[in-house]
Design a protein around this ligand. Structure first.
Ligand code: KIV
Length: 271
């Protein structure tokens, strides 16, 4: 039996209990079977099929173009590789904003057709009614406040959010409204560390930070950023744990040289 199978399956209540025990939560993104499997085996507690896939997998400039069917495709693939982690799927832009009914129907597809165990949506108090409806339908929801990339056009870019007193007060109020609506966890993206600390202390549900300092209950990174695979830009908060882009380039370059100089395949690699 592998080490992964010996450890209990991570559920929504298990994630909430981690906050109560003061145990940090590790979350990463995955978009395909192999990454899902490897991250699961590494002990990541939450695997997010993020709409960041639009940028780091498909090469778009923003997260807006990805469709619900595309997220379903990615989630199905990741699901086949994940045994232990909680599998959360991002709801794409305009799949939950139009009406609570559409939100429930679309979130339901992610659970029914793709194997997601929870969904994540972006936005503050305006989304509380929709979250409430999804939670009532038995769909666990993760919130997302601060820098919400689906609103990049309204925000005018990817700058630090809630940097003044008024905006910080609104974010704290939004966080409380999302908790009351029933979120089981809340992503806080690119906000001052002091504010993330305040929100984390104020809430009973865990906060998961990305560019939100060390005091959140957990941390999330886009896997392609932390592995050095996505090289278009380097984010201050995305620590690089490997330089796989460079490793792959070097390996592929060596393969090209070996083919061209007749070094590959050799006799042992031939029949
Ligand atoms: O889409 C994504 O990868 C995300 C994380 C950055 C939290 O929303």
């Amino acid at each position: 039996m592998s080490a992964t199978l010996e450890r209990p399956k991570i559920t929504v209540p298990a994630i909430m209990a981690m906050k109560r025990r003061g145990e940090k939560i590790a979350m990463l993104t995955a978009y395909d079977f192999l990454f899902g499997k490897i991250l699961d085996e590494a002990g990541v507690e939450i695997i997010l099929v993020g709409d960041s896939s639009a940028m780091v997998f498909s090469g778009y400039d923003t997260t807006l173009p990805i469709t619900l069917d595309e997220i379903i495709y990615h989630t199905r693939a990741v699901c086949r590789g994940v045994k232990r982690a909680l599998l959360v799927a991002d709801m794409p832009f305009l799949s939950y904003q139009i009406s609570p009914e559409e939100a429930v129907r679309n979130a339901g597809r992610l659970l029914k057709e793709a194997g997601a165990e929870a969904v994540k949506i972006e936005g503050g108090a305006a989304t509380a009614g929709t979250i409430h409806r999804m939670v009532e339908a038995g769909i666990p929801v993760m919130g997302h406040l601060g820098l919400t990339p689906q609103s990049v056009n309204a925000l005018g870019g990817y700058a630090l959010q809630a940097a003044n007193e008024e905006a910080a007060k609104k974010l704290l109020d939004d966080a409380r409204r999302l908790q009351d609506a029933g979120v089981f966890a809340l992503v806080l993206e690119k906000i001052p560390a002091t504010l993330a600390h305040e929100v984390t202390t104020a809430l009973n549900v865990p906060t998961i930070g990305i560019g939100a300092g060390p005091d959140c209950d957990g941390q999330v990174l886009v896997t392609h950023d932390m592995l050095g695979l996505f090289e278009k830009f380097k984010l201050k908060f995305a620590r690089r744990y490997a330089e796989l882009g460079q490793t792959i380039r070097e390996a592929a370059g060596q393969y090209v040289r070996d083919v061209k100089t007749n070094q590959f395949p050799n006799l042992e690699e031939s029949f």
